[in-house]
Structure formats: structure tokens, C-alpha cells
Design a protein around this ligand. Sequence first.
Ligand code: ATP
Length: 229
Amino acid sequence: MQSSLQIKDLQLFRQSEQLLNLNELVNGGDVLTIMGPSGSGKSSLLNWLTGTLPSVFSASGEVWLNGQNIGDLPANSRHIGVLYQDALLFSHLSVAGNILFAMPKGNKKQRLEKVDQALEQVGLKDMGDRHPDSLSGGQQARVALLRMLLSEPKAILLDEPFSKLDTQLRVDTRKLVFDLIREHKLPAIMVTHDHSDAEAAQGKIITLHSQEHLQSDSQELLTREVHVR
Ligand SMILES: Nc1ncnc2c1ncn2[C@@H]1O[C@H](COP(=O)(O)OP(=O)(O)OP(=O)(O)O)[C@@H](O)[C@H]1O
């Protein structure tokens, strides 16, 4: 079965204000991009998907991952990986330790080999013993990416993951991220303020507004208006 993340009839409210009304299907290897001004509900959407929505919000609707309704599962059982704008590496662990921490348990030698291979794949060969603080921002971003991927998520959320990287690093890192999403055939949802990120994702783009959202595909950005109330 092809992997997919499906949002069915999501109605998301903050107190009595409706923030979102969404139906979307994201297939494995595709990136759905969510744009919109501050306060339009982007983070709340990601929080709803991960099962970490603060109690000031309420929501109805379903989220299906690979044919399973995961809406009632606790956050740590949903198998959704998230990448944030900060790498958020554990400073008391080595680079390899950070990645191993998130990996499923198993044979230690095999897990270490997997970490070494992954580090090499992203240009960080032999850096497993390094301390995260000794890495550049771009290197830390790649470690965070591997930590997330090797936790074996079934879907990926990207929350402004490139916004702290300078231009060339941003281009290189997002290519790596999108290539890996395609290689692993994982459905992904990315929140960004940056149009070049959205274009690079080569998928559908939804732009949220406070009381309405405009919806378009990547060729017709911001051309069609869909009112939610
Ligand atoms: N914990 C909270 N308690 C109360 N209101 C909140 C909380 N978190 C967010 N909000 C409000 O809910 C609305 C949606 O917030 P959300 O963080 O989802 O927007 P956003 O589009 O992600 O914004 P940004 O681009 O600034 O991150 C905003 O009006 C925000 O002020």
C-alpha cells in the first residue's frame, strides 16, 4: 500500500474563532506546503497532527496515516517525525548519541553502522563522536534530519526547518531533505514563510489567512480564494 497522510474534515477552533477547515491527502514522497501570516494557524495544524494541541484549541476531524486513523493515539505512538527551525540537539550527547537516542532499539553494532552510513550520506563522515556544539549550523541541521529519519517516522512535518540557514546552505539542505523524503516515500507537510522553500518542494501549496484560506497549486500561487466561513 502506498504511504499517505490524510486530513479529513478538520475544523480547528481557538475558543470560538475558527482557524482552519481542511481536507487534504498527501501521498508518500510528496510535500504539502502551508504558508500564511503569523497567527493564521500553521503551528496549530502541526500540533493537531502530532497530538500536542494546547487545550485552548478544539478540533474535530480525523487524521489517517497509511490507512490507520491515528487521531486517538497519544503523541508518542503516532510515528510522525518533526523538524524545527532549531536543530534542538541534546548537548550532553555526541552526534551519534543524538541519532541513536531516537532509533528503535536493537543490535548495537548494526545501529552504529546505520548511523555511520547515514552520516556519510549527508557529508558528515567520521563526525559521530563530535560534540553537537562543535558543528556549524548547517551540520547541526543535518544531524537533526538524520535523528528524525532514523527514528523511522511514517510521516514528516517540517516547521520552518531552513529559516536559520544562510542562502547556499538553505538551498543545499532543503534539496537533501526533499530528496530523502522522496527516497523514503514519506508524506510530508512543511510550514514556511519563504516562497523559494515552497517552490523547491514542488508540491501543492496552501496559503492560510486568519479567517479564510487561499488555495492553489504551485503554479498558481495565491490565485483562488476558498472561504471557510
Ligand atoms: N497556547 C496558546 N494559547 C492561546 N492562544 C494561542 C496559543 N498558541 C497560539 N495561539 C493563538 O492561536 C492563533 C494561531 O496560532 P499559531 O501559532 O497556530 O499561528 P501560526 O500561523 O503558526 O503563527 P506563526 O507564523 O507566528 O508561528 C494565533 O492567534 C495565536 O495567537
